[in-house]
Design a protein around this ligand. Sequence first.
Ligand SMILES: Cc1cc2nc3c(=O)[nH]c(=O)nc-3n(C[C@H](O)[C@H](O)[C@H](O)COP(=O)(O)OP(=O)(O)OC[C@H]3O[C@@H](n4cnc5c(N)ncnc54)[C@H](O)[C@@H]3O)c2cc1C
Length: 324
Amino acid sequence: MNAGLLDCYDTIIIGGGPVGLFGAYYAGLRDMSVRLVDRRHELGGQLTAIYPEKWVYDMTGIPAIRGKELYKNLVEQTAPYNIPSSLNEEVVLIRKNRNNILCIETRKGTVMHSKTAILCLGMGAHIPRRLDIQNLREFEGKGIHYGVHSLETFRNKRVIVVGGGDSALDLALTIVNDCKDLYVLHRSDRFNAHEETTKKLYASDAEIRTFSELSAIEGNENHLTSATIKNTKTGETTTIEIDEVIIAVGLLFNLEVVQQWGIAMEGNSIIVDHNRQTSIPGIYAAGDIVTYPGKMKLIGTGTAEAMQGINHAKGYIQEKFPYL
Ligand SMILES: Cc1cc2nc3c(=O)[nH]c(=O)nc-3n(C[C@H](O)[C@H](O)[C@H](O)COP(=O)(O)OP(=O)(O)OC[C@H]3O[C@@H](n4cnc5c(N)ncnc54)[C@H](O)[C@@H]3O)c2cc1C
């Protein structure tokens, strides 16, 4: 074991989504040495992986901003602190050594050391929930999408968005003015989205098909060409010509590795106290990964949790490691 003093960070933030990025900024502000680690090839979490083109309206003091711009701003905010990041590094193990130093190990075998850690893991790996359609995977990248990475992909196209939650409606509203025809399919007639988002969808040119699900897709070897829509009440089916389909029916949790770390969890979420400390002293968590009574999975709440965790981590370090 070689826990070199100079390599021992005050905190390592695992997960560089919006919450981890803001946490890194805030740790810099609190004069802490910090490193960001993310399993993906780029930072930004869901902002860059799922909705770079979507407008975000609920950031304090920012009336409207696209996901990709918010990401850019977050990176700019951390810039003064020159925070190093390790990308393509999935943390698979966290353990404390006998001196209370955290040893953080990645799948590639890299070991990093820190006095505290802030887990901003979101939902672990972003694995979109797929639909039970036999040839779905065949058309991934050829007309089947799970987010909106570029508006150009959908410009003047016939598009279906599947889903009835905030994500589906947000993505539909992101492209509605650019595509030729947009159909939103939802299995019931109750949307599970913010009221304003639902109203905007009804005010838009999207054709809303409630009690409808995608039951089949067809295409040639290059691309998707048609989709079959089934009425969930009557069983009736209709086939329409289509260019692109966005499936936004949720994300799957892939937190198997986290479950090995000995941290108390409730389902797929990490339990935190009012200081955002986990069941292991010195390990904090923030953002979509955490649970406590009243938790809301939003960027605003996640960033506030990161600040709370870092403030407490600062006190923890002063108490436990006054000499380091
Ligand atoms: C379509 C859509 C629209 C949304 N719109 C809004 C909105 O308008 N306003 C709003 O406030 N919220 C919105 N949200 C929710 C918001 O995106 C999330 O609340 C936010 O991304 C949570 O941030 P996070 O940093 O906790 O997690 P994430 O953004 O999920 O980032 C987690 C990061 O951790 C990394 N990671 C996970 N496990 C490991 C590991 N073991 N090792 C290393 N790295 C790891 C992941 O690769 C990822 O980069 C929306 C979500 C979706 C899907």
